[in-house]
Design a protein around this ligand. Structure first.
Ligand code: NAP
Length: 359
């Protein structure tokens, strides 16, 4: 019998009405019956903070931990010390920065995620966010809801994506798909900043130019999208100093991880107009506190905020894929079969991927 602990988000009424909300506490990734039919114990909760939480209490003897980036059970080095029986952490989704990967390596704990499961979902959200910022959509919609109609008030800050320079920090699965989706927009240029060049055929397909210096890269972009993982090398990467090198009035989209961008520096840059807008779904702390400045920040013309809760990678289509992927990682684990290599983040005390800054 294996004890499996899952920390998922609470779906409430929506989850009882919509069984395809698989990533919720209520619908339990659709694996409860399957796990119990094999005699395994399955504890599921959204209660994740503090020593008395279901998360911390059950972690002490759980063998398998399932978490999601959408409502992260933060597995710190201290908690890993207490999790004496823990062998594998499975991220139902993509992005395992909520786990102290170095500490997992010290203990030889495997960390796996369902790579690729929501990369199209996120890439579509990035393109949508670029469009809604550049076209000044949110204030235009708010005007309509208010009952007003003053076209010039919103048109004064609306542009086309055509003819702009758009760049991505990180040209991996998501970053590349963003570039692919932008090709038909006839941008002036597509740029990317990454440790490694795209394979030649991929770079040709999207006609993207690599810029190796980050400051030079941002200084050339009208729109910057962040698509790299959060790790020691990317925490606070977009800070007050880097923002000075952005073109005045550039737009910034971040659906990667909130902590890659400095919360206060971004809010100040939007307020001053150094950034014409910021959009994304990821926050430095989740759920974000009610008074988080990213909820309400506005540019000098009253727009430029495209923030939403963390949901770009948890569309119903994505949930079907990451629930199936979680089950398949569990199946391999129970059978002691090798995992799909692309799903492994750390294993046997070593990083299996370069994307988390280990090289
Ligand atoms: P991926 O295929 O591993 O791609 C990440 C890319 O970022 C890799 O090409 C990596 O380069 C590059 N990179 C790492 N550090 C960098 C740095 N300092 N500067 C520039 N590039 C850097 O991952 P993915 O599937 O595209 O996902 C990317 C991230 O998106 C995830 O880690 C996660 O945080 C986030 N995400 C968010 C959601 C959501 O719902 N909002 C959903 C899914 C994923 P190398 O390979 O050369 O190291």
């Amino acid at each position: 019998m294996v004890k499996v602990l899952a920390i998922l988000y609470r779906g409430g009424e929506a989850a009882t009405q919509e069984p395809r909300l698989l990533g919720t506490v209520e619908n339990q990734l659709g694996i409860r019956e399957w796990l119990e039919s094999q005699g395994h114990e399955f504890i599921v909760s959204d209660d994740k903070e503090g020593p008395d939480s279901v998360f911390q209490k059950n972690l002490v003897d759980a063998e398998v931990l399932i978490t999601t980036p959408f409502h992260p059970g933060y597995l710190t080095a201290d908690l890993i010390k207490k999790a004496k029986n823990l062998k594998i952490c499975i991220t139902a989704g993509v992005g395992s920065d909520h786990i102290d990967l170095n500490a997992a390596n010290e203990r030889g704990i495997t960390v796996a995620e369902v790579s690729g499961s929501n990369v199209v979902s996120v890439a579509e959200h990035v393109v949508m966010s670029i469009l809604l910022l550049v076209r000044n959509f949110v204030p235009a919609h708010e005007m309509i809801e208010r009952g007003d109609w003053q076209v010039s008030d919103v048109a004064r800050n609306a542009y086309d994506v055509e003819g702009k320079v758009v760049g991505t920090i990180g040209a991996g699965r998501i970053g590349f798909r963003v570039l692919q989706r932008l090709v038909p927009f006839n941008t002036k240029e597509l740029l990317y900043f990454d440790y490694a060049p795209l394979p030649e055929h991929a770079a040709k397909e999207v006609k993207a130019r690599r810029v190796e210096d980050l400051k030079e890269f941002v200084s050339q972009c009208d729109v910057v999208a962040v698509n790299c993982p959060l790790h020691e090398g990317t925490r606070g990467l977009v800070n007050a100093e880097l923002l000075k090198h952005f073109k005045k009035g550039a737009w910034l989209v971040n659906t990667a991880r909130g902590a890659i961008c400095d919360k206060d520096a971004v809010a100040a840059a939007v307020k001053s107009g150094q950034l014409n807008g910021y959009a994304g779904d990821v926050w430095n702390v989740q759920p974000a506190p009610k008074d988080h400045p990213w909820r309400t920040m506005k540019n000098p013309l009253g727009g430029g905020n495209g923030m939403v809760p963390h949901y770009s990678g948890t569309t119903l289509d994505a949930q079907a894929r990451y629930a199936a992927g979680t089950k398949s990682i569990l199946e391999n684990y129970f059978k002691s079969s090798p995992q799909e290599p692309q799903n492994i983040i750390v294993e046997g005390g070593k990083y299996a991927t370069k994307a988390y800054g280990q090289r």
